[in-house]
Design a protein around this ligand. Structure first.
Ligand SMILES: [Zn+2]
Ligand SMILES: [Zn+2]
Length: 142
């Protein structure tokens, strides 16, 4: 980590209904899939597919998301959703200068491929991990 990627830098995406959109102008530093229980809630049971993008390379370009931060957790992340359709677009962590962008919201998710699986200790028996990528039981050390 970080896993290097080679695709073009300019990318964008948005929510299911189109009310909220974003642009990405920096290359992602990590592409992965997270198997944690929180991600399972948000992704409909699946692992969540995500990219880490430096905050300076991420911007909202249309509409503004609503946010949710769990009040009962000291290190809670802040999740950004479309307030109209509910699509989870991005997560901001207190301890990181990267935005966690959800791969399913990219305009072209077909260009995404996970290079690492994290929080696998919480994976469900029906979760799959691509052959040959590193698997971390928890969050990898930064
Ligand atoms: Zn929406
Ligand atoms: Zn997770």
């Amino acid at each position: 980590m970080p896993v290097q990627t080679t695709e073009n830098k300019a990318k964008g995406g948005g929510c299911y209904c189109g009310a909220v959109r974003y642009a990405i102008s920096e290359r992602p530093t990590v592409k992965g899939q997270c198997h944690c229980r929180a991600c399972q809630y948000i992704a409909g049971g699946a692992p969540q597919y995500f990219m880490l993008v430096p905050v300076e390379g991420f911007s909202w370009t249309q509409g503004r998301p609503v946010t949710y931060t769990r009040p009962d957790l000291d290190t809670a992340v802040t999740r950004h959703f479309c307030g109209v359709c509910g699509t989870h677009l991005a997560t901001f962590r207190q301890d990181s200068s990267d935005v966690v962008v959800k791969a399913g919201t990219l305009d072209d998710p077909s260009r995404f491929a996970p290079h690492v699986a994290i929080c696998h200790a919480q994976a469900q028996p029906f979760h799959n991990v691509p052959d040959g990528i590193p698997v971390f039981e928890d969050l990898p050390a930064r």
